[in-house]
Design a binder for this molecule. Structure first.
Ligand SMILES: Nc1ncnc2c1ncn2[C@@H]1O[C@H](COP(=O)(O)OP(=O)(O)OP(=O)(O)O)[C@@H](O)[C@H]1O
Ligand SMILES: [Mg+2]
Length: 168
């Protein structure tokens, strides 16, 4: 399996839940309000673990769990964080009722699990985080930038995180 799919893509094998969280936490240092992370991956692939890592990196102290009765949890860390989980989304029309666009264009960082259900509604700039189940504790994590902001961000992130052969 090639380590890099495209020059602008980060393709990484995580060997543990902790490593997935750490990669998320490291990425968090580069995020700012208005940023959107689109998480894609099967049940149990590690999407929520990734969100927990990002939130830890943003100094969120409250518990980060997928919303159950609503589609969105809001946390306050360095910035507001909107944790959206669309697993239970009934249909595309429901995105309007819960106000997806208010979050996407709001004052915080938006992280969406099952984001492939609303791809057409995402802004021009966002980062796709793809998680693939390989083995029990092994996941493939692919970051794909969309738009100039995330192209640049990912370049910087890769340099800082992997240039010195350090493991995140
Ligand atoms: N390398 C890894 N990275 C992330 N999670 C891992 C890894 N190895 C094992 N796991 C386990 O996989 C599970 C991932 O659960 P998590 O809730 O994050 O998945 P999810 O993609 O959010 O699932 P769902 O679609 O049900 O919301 C956890 O039990 C975690 O301990
Ligand atoms: Mg989840």
């Amino acid at each position: 399996m090639p380590p890099i799919l495209e020059p602008n893509t980060l393709d990484f094998i995580s060997h543990s839940e902790a490593q997935t969280r750490r990669l998320g936490a490291r990425l968090a240092a580069y995020l700012k309000p208005g940023d959107v992370l689109a998480l894609v991956g099967d049940l149990g692939s590690g999407k929520t673990r990734w969100v927990q890592g990002v939130c830890a990196g943003l100094s969120v102290t409250e518990p980060v769990i997928s919303p159950t009765f609503t589609l969105v949890n809001e946390y306050q860390g360095l910035y507001p964080v909107y944790h959206i989980d669309l697993y239970r989304l009934a249909d595309a029309a429901e995105t309007a009722t819960f106000g997806l666009e208010d979050y996407l264009y709001g004052a915080g960082i938006t992280i969406i699990e099952w984001a492939d259900r609303v791809t057409a509604l995402l802004p021009g700039d966002y980062l796709t985080v793809e998680l693939h189940h390989l083995e029990d504790t092994k996941r493939r994590v692919i970051l794909r930038p969309h738009g100039q902001r995330f192209l640049r961000l990912l370049e910087t992130f890769k340099q800082a995180t992997f240039a010195q052969q350090r493991q995140p």
